[in-house]
Design a protein around this ligand. Sequence first.
Ligand SMILES: *[C@@H]1O[C@H](CO)[C@@H](O)[C@H](O)[C@H]1NC(C)=O
Length: 341
Amino acid sequence: HFSREDSSPLSLIGVWMNANCQAQRAPLMSADNGEAYLIEPPVYAEVTGRRGDNVTLPCLLRNKPKHYKVKWTKLDPESMGVQNVVMMLSAQGYKPYGHLGKRASPRNAHAMDVSLELSHLTLEDGGRYRCELIDGIEDENVVITLSIEGLVFPYQSKHGRYRFTFHEAKQACAENDAILATFDQLYRAWTEGLDWCNAGWVHDGTVHYPIIQPRAACGEGLLPGIRSYGPKDKKRDHFDAFCFTSLAPGSVFYARGSFSYKQAELACAEKGAKLADVGQLYSAWHFHQYDRCDGGWLRDGSVRFPISNPRRRCGGVSEAGVRSFGFPDRNAHLYGAYCYR
Ligand SMILES: *[C@@H]1O[C@H](CO)[C@@H](O)[C@H](O)[C@H]1NC(C)=O
């Protein structure tokens, strides 16, 4: 699907390459036959990258106006009407703007290339970006979605179920190397197998839970799906959190032992590492198929273990996943440690 930011009919003349790399011209859909400068539909409607990757958001000129500027903007629903400009680009050069600008540059692969390169992707970079050609008379734009490849995990407070306000949920994800998932990310996680019987906050302040195997304990409804409570009171209502993370730059390893929480911290420190965050363990499980049948302390005080090849003697559940023992007494000498370096 291709998305357009507005419904202006100016530049609905599209040129693209077919499988044989011959340029094709779309039917003329604009009554006003204005010249179209940007190649549309966008070269890709969606670009995907993992945290840390460099990506290119493609935008190409088909004709070069004498005088022009190209403005790259991130379309943030949260910016409430304030334009989130990332980069301005013209024949003379470019100028980066804002915090994203620090990682932005033009690709400049050839004379007609006005593509945006973003380096060292972060979790927050996902979203829609607009490449807008400003040539003095008419503006044209294409919109490209940048999607961060990652995973969603449910997170519960150490004090039990449904203890987070919206802000606390956001904070809990941040403390675990993650951000609150968007609804789209939760939806995708559900298609990939996330089944969780507790409702959690997502990024826009709505509350949901994903069910693959409907069961009486998980509320009404016979069909699998995302059950939604809709928007909730961010200050008064309390739920769990759905966190989103992606590839982590370091790696997770297991320190064998029967440690208390404090000893587990020391065991990691001795190896030049720290106790892993929950998001880091999930990341290792998701991206590196990390599999270990031993409970280990994590930084938040929970004890978990990652299973990629489900087997009966490892928790007895038939699906892969990160299993949790909850938040045991920190003085219990029962577990090893998951360290991150
Ligand atoms: C990503 O971009 C940065 C800055 O432009 C560059 O220094 C780095 O080498 C690039 N990394 C990769 C993996 O291409």
